[in-house]
Design a protein around this ligand. Structure first.
Ligand SMILES: [Zn+2]
Length: 445
């Protein structure tokens, strides 16, 4: 029993003098009277006091039960001073005076808010309070200072309506590649915004940045080279491969639209595209193919595809060459290997590869830098932190129409940086942007 009570209210069972539980269909009320505190003195003159009845019962939302609303009806003692005759209430162990929700509800709310799968609306429903109230607690309990720049920074972006439209449609997301945590989100990935942010950071701190991994957004490179004099900039290999695959897909589609609709070639290019575009196991047991009226395995089908067009076959082999290079090159041999591949791409004369060749030429040093392995086994990339972007995207989709960037930034960093904590306070404020009221709130705590 003791453990149950302690767990239910987070107070010592011995403090409770009387408790009545009143249960109705969808609500449970815990009517509670506490024992007198030991040595009580007047808060005004330190005189001796005597009990003087009860305060008006206070209803405190206490979302401890999962299937129904639970409230504490707290009958606090009143005391009167024998000396100065003033009256005052006893201590309230359940919540701050003037608050309608218990300390435990704050713990619940903050725990749920540290998970980006929960929207404010969902947290509100789980705790039987309004979404505005949840947001107000969050705004008040979490403060995020600027976090010190890590040694290895990963910069990426997320498409969002919250981005400063005139600069860019993307927010800029910055992660600590080593600790795999989020440390900053900026309202735009524009050069102006990046400069504004990094310029404010002391030079001595910026000098400590050793590695920056980016996708191929030119301002990232410019800004990294300008503000981090000691850093190596590496392009995330995944983004280079993505670019390659987009170009290769275009070769396939251009050929598919040239061949006769419904022909064998059309069928192969449409139905079996994964064989040339994805990493598929080719040496399976042959399976009967209705179109060709014979048993074929995937390698045989691949050969049929590559027979359709010389350009497609050449494009395929170049693509495979780059993927092998990307997978197996080392810091020592990557430059020579890279140069020979670049030559081969240029010689092919395949127009769909023009942009990709341009990319290889423009980003050569940064691509080669990605083969350095300063941290254990991993190449320099944004891969370690791709799950962070994934979680932010999940949050954007569960909380449709999120529009308050200040609150969004706080919420993401709170959830995705284990060094950021909350502290419960009775000074409530709001990060609400629209409307006039901004600052401290007194009502409806
Ligand atoms: Zn007194």
């Amino acid at each position: 029993m003791n453990d149950f009570i302690t767990d239910l209210f987070n107070i010592d069972r011995k403090k409770i003098k009387k408790m009545n539980v009143v249960t109705s269909k969808d609500k449970t009320e815990f009517h509670i009277v506490l024992n007198h505190d030991g040595d009580l003195f007047c808060p005004f003159c330190y005189g001796v006091v005597h009990a003087n009845g009860y305060s008006k019962p206070k209803i405190i939302n206490h979302p401890k039960l999962t299937d129904r609303k639970a409230v504490i009806i707290f009958y606090n003692h009143r005391y009167q001073c024998n000396e100065c005759l003033r009256t005052f209430s006893g201590k309230n162990p359940f919540t701050f005076s003037n608050f309608r929700n218990s300390y435990l509800s704050f713990e619940n709310i903050m725990k749920q808010l540290s998970n980006l799968n929960y929207s404010y609306k969902m947290v509100a429903e789980l705790n039987h309070i309004s979404p505005t109230q949840v947001q107000r607690y969050f705004d008040s309990f979490v403060n995020i200072p600027r976090i010190t720049l890590p040694e290895s920074i990963g910069i990426d972006e997320i498409h969002s309506k919250m981005a400063k439209r005139k600069d860019s449609a993307y927010l800029c997301v910055m992660v600590d590649n080593k600790k795999r945590s989020l440390f900053e989100i900026l309202p735009s990935r524009s050069k102006a915004e990046l400069k504004r942010y990094f310029e404010k950071i002391p030079q001595i701190e910026r000098n400590n940045v050793k590695y920056v991994t980016i996708d191929m957004w030119f301002p990232y490179k410019e800004v990294a080279n300008k503000y981090f004099p000691n850093c190596i900039v590496a392009v995330d290999p995944f983004h280079v491969v993505e670019h390659l695959m987009t170009s290769f897909r275009r070769i396939r589609l251009n050929i598919m639209y040239q061949v006769e609709y419904g022909s064998d070639s059309y069928y192969l290019l449409k139905t079996w595209k994964d064989l040339i575009e994805k990493n598929v196991f080719l040496d399976n047991e042959p399976v009967y193919n209705n179109r060709f009226k014979m048993k074929l395995n995937k390698r045989q089908l691949l050969d049929l595809i590559l027979e359709i067009s010389e350009t497609l076959a050449l494009g395929y082999h170049l693509k495979e060459m780059y993927l092998t290079f990307n997978k197996n090159a080392t810091e020592e041999n990557c430059e020579e290997w890279f140069n020979s591949i670049l030559e081969a791409f240029k010689k092919s004369g395949i127009s769909e590869f023009h942009d990709f060749i341009q990319t290889l030429e423009n980003w050569k040093p940064e691509i080669l830098n990605s083969f350095k392995r300063p941290f254990d086994e991993h190449k320099l990339s944004n891969a370690l932190c791709e799950n962070i972007n994934g979680q932010i995207r999940t949050y954007l989709s569960v909380s449709k129409g999120v529009s308050n960037f200040i609150r969004f930034r706080k919420r993401c960093i709170f959830a995705l940086n284990p060094k950021v904590f909350y502290s419960i306070t009775n000074q409530l404020k709001s990060n609400k942007v629209q409307g006039k009221r901004r600052g401290k709130y007194n009502k409806n705590k």
